[in-house]
Design a protein. Structure first.
Length: 413
């Protein structure tokens, strides 16, 4: 067979380069998203029709659209390749930010921040990017590879907060969003490197069979429930923490510093969790992470916040922030293999984003109704304990031959 008749070999891309580009895409897409809470004050202060509940709903809808579109983005990537999906997602992401920048009413803000950015995120983040990366590495190295890819999102969180703050201070919030739209367009340039679809020559399992297999697996269902809680917690804190600190009479810089601290410690947390997942039980690490979150939030709200206590709280939360991602994705790949990894991870993230929708929206709703975030903070504590408990019964053993088949496919590529 001639070289020209073997396109897979001719266009082979080193898995390490795929990993690097995947991390860069996560850096842009997930990093910018983390800074959206910084727009709450400026937007509600300049648009009379937008209050905290409306802004919270826009971010909540973003999370919901992200989740609803995620399984479909994963299915398309598994069938036709990741590059096209990521390219289209980058366009939608940038378009959504431009739409939000031009908003003069709540409708424009909800359409831009909520619908367009949400769908764009579904095509440029976890399921598609981690699916493309995870298929390139054998089981014994997959968790650390997924951790490094997720690390891009952590680094993006750290970098995006000071960048966004400086843009808002130097210009206005609409011009800051226009600037971020140009940053989002970088995703389109990087997308072609992640070309290729999931090809597992060792199995002819259909998508319907894979979905049935996962949805009737108790461990998968429990994993989905735990990740629902993760989304609820992170969306509430990321969206409403800066406003909560302002309500407690702390200066505005503390909110930005807290989000930046989350991003900084998240880098270490995601990397370490990914490495530990290659050697220890992933579900047990997740149990520890959720209990640590619950304890940190309980201590934070029991005492009046100060500059130092807020930054300590942010450091602990940051260490557990995205550490759940390589572990949860790793469990899915470990049990079910890589053939439909993007699709199955998309379903897991659908529930994560459903939780995110409720966390961001109900956070604003509770504040508008009660004038306080207290109910939400203690809901985060209780849900963290619940998430830890539901992970304990998960059986992490691979289904018959799943990782063996994937490993052989990778070694023969």
């Amino acid at each position: 067979m001639s070289a020209l008749s073997r396109p897979a070999a001719r266009f082979h891309v080193d898995p390490r380069f795929v990993l690097f580009i995947g991390a860069l895409i996560a850096l842009v897409a997930l990093g910018m998203r983390h800074s959206f809470g910084l727009f709450l004050g400026p937007v509600t202060g300049s648009l009379p029709a937008v209050d905290r509940e409306t802004f919270g709903f826009a971010i909540a809808l973003q999370n919901l659209m992200w989740g609803l579109a995620q399984p479909f983005a994963g299915m398309i990537a598994d069938r036709f390749g990741s590059a096209r999906v990521i390219f289209a997602g980058g366009l939608l992401y940038a378009g959504g930010l431009l739409c939000a920048s031009a908003a003069s009413t709540s409708l424009g803000l909800v359409l831009g921040f909520g619908v367009l950015v949400g769908i764009g995120l579904s095509a440029t983040s976890y399921a598609v990017v981690l699916g493309a990366v995870g298929r390139r590495f054998p089981p014994e190295r997959r968790s650390s590879a997924l951790g490094i890819a997720s690390l891009g999102g952590s680094l993006g969180i750290f970098l995006s907060v000071p960048l966004t703050l400086s843009l808002i201070d130097a210009f206005t919030w609409p011009l800051a969003l226009v600037s971020l739209a140009f940053v989002a367009a970088i995703i389109c340039i990087l997308a072609p490197v992640l070309s290729g679809r999931s090809v597992d020559p060792g199995t002819d399992q259909s998508l319907r069979s894979a979905l049935s297999e996962a949805l009737t697996h108790r461990g998968f269902v429990l994993l989905v429930l735990g990740f629902f809680v993760c989304g609820f917690q992170l969306a509430f804190i990321g969206t409403h923490l800066p406003a909560y600190l302002l309500d407690r009479q702390l200066p505005a810089w503390v909110g930005g510093a807290a989000l930046a601290t989350i991003g900084a410690t998240n880098i270490a947390g995601t990397f370490i969790c990914g490495l530990l997942g290659d050697h220890l039980s992933k579900k047990k690490i997740l149990v520890v992470l959720y209990l640590a979150r619950a304890a940190a939030v309980a201590l934070f709200v029991m005492f009046p916040p100060s500059d130092i206590s807020t930054l300590v709280f942010a450091a602990v939360m940051g260490f557990t922030w995205l550490g759940t991602v390589p572990l949860t994705t790793g469990i899915v790949a470990q049990i079910f293999g890589g053939r439909y990894l993007a699709t199955l991870v998309g379903i897991v993230f659908l529930m994560h984003q459903t939780g995110s929708f409720l966390g961001a929206w109900i956070g604003g709703l509770v504040f508008e109704q009660t004038g306080s975030y207290d109910i939400m903070w203690w809901s985060v504590v209780a849900s963290g304990v619940l998430a830890a408990l539901v992970h304990l019964p998960i059986n992490e053993r691979p289904l018959a031959g799943k990782d063996r088949v994937l490993g052989n496919a990778l070694s023969n590529a």
